[in-house]
Ligand binder design. Structure first.
Ligand code: SF4
Length: 313
C-alpha cells in the first residue's frame, strides 16, 4: 500500500473570545491527530457533531491551516495542485447561483490555469455526462436543479481536475432519503473507475459500513479508535465506538460487546474534561481516566487496530 496522504500530529486550535482586555480561550478543534490514507482507499471519519471532523477535512482539502503538525500529500507539503478536492454537505450553498453550471464545473480548471476556455467547457460537459446529467445542464443555473442533481454537479466539479483524493463531508445528509443511495452509488462508481482515495466524513454508520475500508473515530478533536471496517464493526475496542455502534442497531456488532450506552452530550471543546475526555460519559471510567489522557495504542488481539483507552477491550 502506498501512502497518499500522511497527517502527522496535526492540531488545529482557534483563539475564541480574545480582545484588548481579555485573554481568550483555546478551542482545540483538532488535537494531535495522526492518520494515513493510502492510494485508492476509503477512510471514513466518524463521530458526533463537534468532534472536529469537518475542520480536519477542510485542512486536508487546503481550506484551513494547522496550528501544529503536518499534512503531506505524496510525501510533499500540501499545495494547490487540484489533486485533493472537496464535496460539501449542502449542495444548495456550495454552488455559486450566478454562474452557469458549465462554468461552475470548469472553475477548478480555470483557477489552476489549465487549458483554454473552450477545452475547459468541453471537459465540463464531459464531466456532467459522467455524473449522468442531461447535456444541456451546462447552459442552466444551479437553482434549476433538484438537491440530488446539485450534488451531482458538485461531484462533477470535484472530479474535473482529475484529483487523487476526494474529501466528502456528509455528502448525503442534506439530500432526500430517496435519492441518497443514487448519489452514493454514483460517487462509489466514479471512485472505482478513477482509482480515487476518499476521506468520507459521516455520522451515518450504515453508510460507513457499506463503503469504508478503514474507519477513524473522532471524539473532541482526537482519534480514539482507528481500525479496518470489519475490525471496528465486529470488535470495537473503545467504549465510545461501542456506544456509537450501540446507537446504530442496524449494524451487526457482537452482542457481547454491547455494553456501553452513550450518555449525555459531547462536552464543549472549549472546556474539555481532563484526562480521558470521554470519562464523564464512560461507564468504565476509573480514577486514572480522570487524570491521565490515554495514548492511541494497539488494541490487544486486534491486528492494526488502535484505541485510546486505559481499559480497552
Ligand atoms: Fe472510558 Fe477510561 Fe477508556 Fe476513557 S480511558 S474510554 S474513561 S475506560
Amino acid at each position: 500500500m502506498t501512502a497518499l496522504l500522511e497527517i502527522d500530529a496535526m492540531s488545529v486550535h482557534f483563539q475564541v473570545g480574545s480582545g484588548m482586555l481579555r485573554r481568550g480561550k483555546t478551542l482545540k478543534a483538532v488535537d494531535n491527530v495522526t492518520l494515513q490514507i493510502n492510494e485508492n482507499e476509503t477512510v471514513a471519519l466518524v463521530g458526533e457533531s463537534g468532534s472536529g471532523k469537518t475542520t480536519l477535512g477542510r485542512v486536508v482539502a487546503g481550506l484551513g491551516s494547522t496550528t501544529a503538525g503536518s499534512v503531506r500529500f505524496r510525501g510533499a507539503p500540501l499545495e494547490a495542485s487540484g489533486k485533493i478536492q472537496m464535496i460539501f454537505q449542502d449542495p444548495f450553498s456550495a454552488l455559486d447561483p450566478r454562474m452557469l453550471v458549465g462554468d461552475v464545473v470548469a472553475e477548478p480548471l480555470r483557477l489552476l490555469g489549465r487549458g483554454k476556455a473552450r477545452d475547459r467547457r468541453d471537459r465540463a460537459r464531459e464531466m456532467l455526462d459522467q455524473v449522468r446529467l442531461p447535456k444541456d445542464a451546462a447552459e442552466r443555473f444551479p437553482h434549476e436543479f433538484s438537491g440530488g442533481q446539485r450534488q451531482r454537479i458538485a461531484i462533477a466539479r470535484a472530479l474535473v481536475a482529475d484529483p487523487e483524493l476526494i474529501v466528502a463531508d456528509e455528502p448525503l445528509s442534506a439530500l432526500d432519503v430517496s435519492i441518497q443511495s443514487q448519489v452514493l452509488n454514483l460517487l462509489m462508481d466514479l471512485k472505482e473507475s478513477r482509482q480515487l482515495a476518499l476521506l468520507f466524513i459521516s455520522h451515518d454508520l450504515a453508510v460507513v459500513h457499506h463503503l469504508a475500508d478503514r474507519v477513524a473515530v473522532l471524539y473532541l478533536g482526537r482519534i480514539v479508535e482507528v481500525a479496518s471496517r470489519d475490525g471496528l464493526f465486529k470488535n470495537p475496542s473503545h467504549p465510545y465506538t461501542q456506544a456509537l455502534l450501540q446507537a446504530a442497531p442496524k449494524i451487526g456488532m457482537r452482542r457481547s460487546s454491547q455494553t456501553t450506552m452513550l450518555r449525555g452530550e459531547i462536552p464543549s471543546p472549549l472546556n474539555p474534561p481532563p484526562g480521558c475526555s470521554f470519562h464523564p460519559r464512560c461507564p468504565k471510567a476509573r480514577d486514572i481516566c480522570r487524570q491521565v489522557a490515554p495514548a492511541l495504542e494497539s488494541a490487544p488481539g486486534r491486528t492494526g487496530q488502535l484505541a485510546a483507552c486505559h481499559f480497552k477491550d
